[in-house]
Write a protein that binds this ligand. Sequence first.
Ligand SMILES: C[S@@+](CC[C@H](N)C(=O)[O-])C[C@H]1O[C@@H](n2cnc3c(N)ncnc32)[C@H](O)[C@@H]1O
Length: 181
Amino acid sequence: MLIAGFVMHRIKDIDPMQDTVRKIAAISPIVGRVLDTATGLGYTAIEAAETADEVVTIELDPGVQEIARLNPWSQALFYSPKICQIMGDAYEVVQTFEDGSFSRVIHDPPTFSLAGELYSGAFYQQLFRVLKRGGRLYHYIGDPNSKASGGVTKGALKRLQEAGFARVVRKQDAYGVVAYK
Ligand SMILES: C[S@@+](CC[C@H](N)C(=O)[O-])C[C@H]1O[C@@H](n2cnc3c(N)ncnc32)[C@H](O)[C@@H]1O
């Protein structure tokens, strides 16, 4: 799926399934209650629900949900009893969750130029707040070797540390970073 010309999943030398598996593996084991900040076609939510107790997933765009309804590979989003879908802006919805209420956070937002607030220090502070002590955050950013994503990664690492995360590491093969509380 394309949004504003950007592919929602990696498709060059890899397929969306492998892309999803790498994202999830970056913060395995996936246990307890999981927050997935950006549903998209639901691949990360569905994969996480394999081992999590519950997955709460948020999507802003009703059009994306409509496409997911039509997509054979998204069907578990609608029938899995472990997946709770919320329609809304993750920036606002996350503020309503209790402190320490998630064991894992999967943060797979649109590219920085489309959703800068989801890469802000204020939003990272909220993700830190809703994570349990010992919890982990996976944050997709993009190809670390590209000029654009490399710069975004640098800024994100700094802001995640400032938000309070004890350790923040790059995950080259998952095109993102992992932050530990
Ligand atoms: C990269 S995709 C997520 C892909 C998803 N992890 C998957 O496995 O299919 C990002 C999604 O975030 C949604 N989105 C954009 N801004 C948002 C916001 N403020 N809150 C929640 N979702 C948002 C987009 O509509 C898009 O569907």
